[in-house]
Design a protein around this ligand. Structure first.
Ligand SMILES: [Zn+2]
Length: 161
C-alpha cells in the first residue's frame, strides 16, 4: 500500500510531529546502567502502526505493546517504545524533532552512551561497513555471543525437561 509516508521527507516530518505532540523522552541512571526511552502512547492503533512503518523505513528499532487503561475512562492503549541507544541516535539524526525540551533530553540521554559508533568507521554499532575491520570483528563477536546464549538456553531447557 502506498501512503504519503512512503515519501521519506513526509515520513520524517510526520514522526517528528507525533513525537513532539504525543511522545515522551525520558532517561535516568539505574546503578551502572542508563534507562532511556522515547515512548509514544495512543488509543488509536492506526497511529501506532504508521509510526512503526516510519521507524522501519529509517531503521529505528522499536517495540509495540498494548494494555488496558488505568481507569474505565481510559480505553485500551498502544505504546511504541524506542529504547536502544543506537535507535535513539537514529531518531536524533533522521527525525527533525522541534520540541526543545524533548530534543534536549534526547541529546542528554545520548551524550554519555558508550560504544554507539564503530571506532574504525564511525557507523552505528548495529551497522556493518564493508571492508571495515572493526565492524567485521564486532559483528563476528556478536555472532559468537548469540550462539553461546542459544546453547546455554538450550542446556537450561534440557535440564528442566
Ligand atoms: Zn566500522
Amino acid at each position: 500500500m502506498t501512503t504519503p509516508l512512503a515519501n521519506p521527507d513526509v515520513a520524517r516530518g510526520w514522526l517528528a510531529a507525533l513525537i513532539d505532540g504525543e511522545g515522551c523522552v525520558y532517561w535516568r541512571r539505574v546503578g551502572a546502567h542508563t534507562v532511556r526511552v522515547i515512548t509514544i502512547t495512543s488509543t488509536d492503533r492506526e497511529l501506532i502502526d504508521r509510526a512503526l512503518e516510519v521507524c522501519a523505513l529509517f531503521g529505528i528499532d522499536c517495540s509495540v505493546s498494548g494494555r488496558d487503561g488505568a481507569t474505565p475512562r481510559h480505553r485500551y492503549r498502544w505504546t511504541l517504545d524506542i529504547r536502544r541507544a543506537a535507535a535513539m541516535q537514529r531518531v536524533l539524526d533522521e527525525i527533525p524533532i522541534q520540541h526543545s525540551g524533548k530534543l534536549q533530553r534526547l541529546r542528554e540521554s545520548l551524550s554519555f552512551a558508550r560504544g554507539l559508533h564503530c571506532a574504525g568507521c564511525g557507523a552505528l554499532h548495529d551497522e556493518q561497513t564493508a571492508g571495515c575491520r572493526n565492524c567485521s570483528v564486532r559483528h563476528r563477536l556478536r555472532g559468537y555471543q548469540a550462539a553461546f546464549r542459544a546453547r546455554r538456553a538450550a542446556r537450561a531447557a534440557a535440564a528442566e525437561a
